[in-house]
Design a protein around this ligand. Structure first.
Ligand SMILES: N[C@@H](CCC(=O)N[C@@H](CSC=O)C(=O)NCC(=O)O)C(=O)O
Length: 281
C-alpha cells in the first residue's frame, strides 16, 4: 500500500499534504488530502473524515474549507478523499452531466454495468482508504468521526449510521438526506444500484433510520438561501425521521447562506469543535 506524495505545505504549524495511490477498490489511481496538525513525537491523533459533494475532488475543501486553524488548535487530522474514480477508461454520465459518473460516485459500490468495475466508493472510503491512512499517518483508529457536504453529507450520514461504533461523531453541511426521494439521488441510485428501491435503502439516511439504524446524534447545518434546499436536500425529512426514532438532531437553518464553500467555511470550525468534543479520551 504505497502512496506517492503529490505536495506538502506547512500550515498552522502542521502539514497539508496531497497524496496519490493505486486503488484496488476502484481499479484506478486515487488522490486524497490529509492535514496533520502540530503534535508531539509519537502521539496518535483523532481523525475527521470529510466527504465532498458533486463535482468535487479532494481540492475543493482543501483549498476553500478553512478547516486547518481549528484542526491545529484541536489536534485533529483531517482527510478528504475524491468523490469518484477517474481516468480515461472510467465510464461517466452519457451526457456529461455533473450529477452522475465522474465527480459523483455517491459513496456506493455500484452493482450495475458498466459502473460496477470502478464505482466502489463505499469500499474505498470505509475500507481501503482508512487502511492506507492508518498505515501512513499518526492516527488513533479508536477516535474517528465523519462529516460531509451535500452528496458527501449523504455519504457521511450513511457511513456513520452503518458503522456507529467506528465513527464517534457525524455531521453534515446541506446533506442529501433522502436520495431515494429526490432527483439527484434517484438518478444516481438507479444508475449505480439498479431500479429496485429495496437495494437503495442501505444508502439512504432517512430509510436507514426508518429501518432501525441508531446513532448518538447529528449536527446538520443548511443554508436558507440554498437553491437545492427544497428539491434535493429536504432536511425536514431527516428531522421527522430522527424525531420518530429518538435520534438527537441539531438542525441549524442559517439565514442567507447558500450551498457554497462560503457557507461551509463559515460553520466549519463549529463542526470541528463538535467533533473534537466527541473524540476526547
Ligand atoms: N454545477 C452544478 C452544481 C454543483 C455544486 O453545487 N456542487 C457542490 C456540491 S452539490 C452536492 O453534492 C460543490 O461542492 N461544488 C464545488 C465547489 O467548490 O463549490 C450547478 O451548477 O448546478
Amino acid at each position: 500500500m504505497t502512496i506517492q506524495t503529490v505536495s506538502t505545505n506547512r500550515s498552522h504549524g502542521g502539514v497539508q499534504g496531497v497524496y496519490r495511490h493505486a486503488s484496488q477498490a476502484t481499479g484506478t489511481d486515487m488522490v486524497f488530502s490529509v492535514y496533520v496538525p502540530p503534535h508531539a513525537d509519537g502521539a496518535r491523533l483523532p481523525v475527521v473524515w470529510y466527504l465532498s459533494g458533486l463535482t468535487c475532488t479532494h481540492a475543493n475543501v482543501t483549498e476553500k474549507g478553512e478547516f486547518r486553524r481549528a484542526c491545529a488548535e484541536l489536534g485533529l487530522i483531517f482527510v478528504a478523499p475524491d468523490t469518484s474514480p477517474r481516468g480515461p477508461d472510467v465510464p461517466g454520465d452519457a451526457n456529461n452531466a455533473y450529477d452522475f459518473g465522474l465527480g459523483a460516485g455517491f459513496y456506493v459500490d455500484a452493482t450495475e454495468a458498466p459502473f460496477a468495475r470502478n464505482y466502489r466508493m463505499w469500499s474505498y472510503v470505509t475500507d481501503e482508504l482508512p487502511k492506507i491512512v492508518s498505515g501512513n499517518f499518526p492516527l488513533d483508529a479508536r477516535r474517528q468521526s465523519i462529516m460531509g457536504h451535500s452528496m458527501g453529507g449523504h455519504g457521511a450520514l450513511t457511513v456513520a449510521l452503518r458503522n456507529p461504533h467506528r465513527y464517534r461523531a457525524a455531521s453534515a453541511f446541506a446533506p442529501i438526506v433522502a436520495p431515494s426521494q429526490v432527483p439527484w439521488g434517484i438518478k444516481a441510485l438507479t444508475g449505480y444500484l439498479g431500479p429496485s428501491k429495496e437495494a437503495w435503502r442501505s444508502h439512504d439516511t432517512v430509510a436507514l433510520i426508518e429501518d432501525g439504524a441508531k446513532y448518538s446524534g447529528f449536527l446538520v447545518d443548511v443554508g436558507e438561501a440554498d437553491n437545492f434546499l427544497k428539491e434535493q436536500l429536504k432536511p425536514e425529512l431527516l428531522q421527522a425521521a430522527c424525531t420518530k426514532a429518538n435520534i438527537p438532531l441539531t438542525l441549524r437553518r442559517q439565514p442567507g447562506y447558500d450551498h457554497s464553500y462560503y457557507f461551509i467555511s463559515t460553520f466549519m470550525s463549529d463542526h470541528l469543535r463538535w467533533h473534537a468534543e466527541r473524540l476526547k479520551g
